[in-house]
Design a protein around this ligand. Structure first.
Ligand SMILES: [Zn+2]
Length: 316
């Protein structure tokens, strides 16, 4: 029988579990609620029980499962220790050791954004590249760095955390990390809404945004595409800082490509083109033609990456 593995994307609300062939074919995907009660102490048990059920249901041989990869929403060290997940209620937790003891499978643990990056680099938007920088723009902003096909965690497990790159030097509001001027404050979904409200309050220019009951990043980009002046300025302001941030990343990492994912990337090529224009304005000239592309695996990227992480270590 062909060897298989599980790729798990552990989120604050739901846990996505994918069953994969080692060649990267997704056989099946599942979703279970993440039980955060009692400081998240049930989460790893729930994953173990679910995986056991899948193995029984599909009459798989446990010997054919090469391991379980798992992406978690927090900083992770190379040996699978998670340095607190506020989202899950976890303190410092050795996920690799605990899950191995529970399941007896080989376990590899990575940061969720790094896993999404690895997934996109394996089967998604950056499949033809071996080094890439992934930026996921949703409620917050995350990042993942892949060099020579491997995710880079960094010494503190916080490599590629581009959301809190200090970049808006005249920002007066405080970010939820406690600092001022983070990229996330102007370019995440919530940051875009904040910028839109600020722009609307400082100008009398007519805008369809004024008649919206509740502004969202999606509405801002939709109206910008239709030519609304204020919405276009917001989109341009956001893209300026995204382009500037990626130009800074290029100056240090010089990846083969950048991949843009997350809910806000639904704005599509319009957003990518704005980012490219600004990136080229700021970047050091040898990096000016580096590709910036849209992610293509959507919400499945983290499962693909987690599977790839464990496959790379244990396939032989
Ligand atoms: Zn911040």
């Amino acid at each position: 029988m062909n060897k298989k593995c599980f790729g798990v994307d552990l989120g604050g609300t739901t846990t996505k579990i994918g069953l994969f062939e080692v060649n990267g074919t997704m056989i099946e995907k599942y979703e279970i609620p993440t039980n955060k009660e009692e400081a998240g102490t049930h989460i790893l048990d729930d994953i173990k029980v679910f995986i056991d059920n899948v193995i029984a249901e599909k009459s798989l041989d446990a010997n054919d499962i090469i391991g379980v990869g798992i992406g978690v929403p927090g900083a992770v060290t190379d040996n699978g220790v998670v340095n607190k997940c506020i989202n899950l209620g976890w303190d410092i937790t050795n996920v690799e050791r605990i899950l191995k003891e529970k399941t007896n499978f080989n376990i590899k643990v990575g940061n969720d954004a790094n896993m999404a990056a690895l997934g996109e680099c394996w089967k998604g938007g950056a499949a033809e590249f071996s080094s890439m920088f992934f930026i996921t723009i949703g409620t917050g902003i995350g990042g993942g760095l892949i060099i020579d096909g491997k995710p880079i965690n960094g010494y503190n497990g916080a490599a590629a955390e581009i959301g809190h790159l200090p970049i808006v030097y005249d920002e007066t509001d405080t970010c939820n990390c406690g600092k001022k001027g983070c990229l996330e404050q102007v370019a995440s979904a919530s940051g875009i809404v904040r910028v839109a409200k600020r722009f609307l309050s400082t100008t009398d220019i007519p805008s369809t945004l004024r008649s919206e009951e509740s502004i969202s990043a999606k509405i801002v980009f939709n109206e910008a595409k239709k030519g609304d002046t204020v919405a276009s300025e917001v989109a341009e302001y956001t893209a300026k800082y995204l382009g500037l941030a990626l130009a800074n990343v290029a100056g240090i990492i010089d990846p083969q490509c950048f991949v843009i994912g997350g809910g806000v990337s639904a704005a599509g090529q319009y957003l990518v083109d704005l980012i490219i224009a600004n990136y080229r304005k700021y970047v050091f000239h040898p990096c000016k033609d580096t590709q910036i592309v849209l992610a293509s695996l959507g919400n499945d990227a983290g499962m693909y990456g987690a599977a790839k992480l464990v496959i790379d270590v244990y396939k032989n």
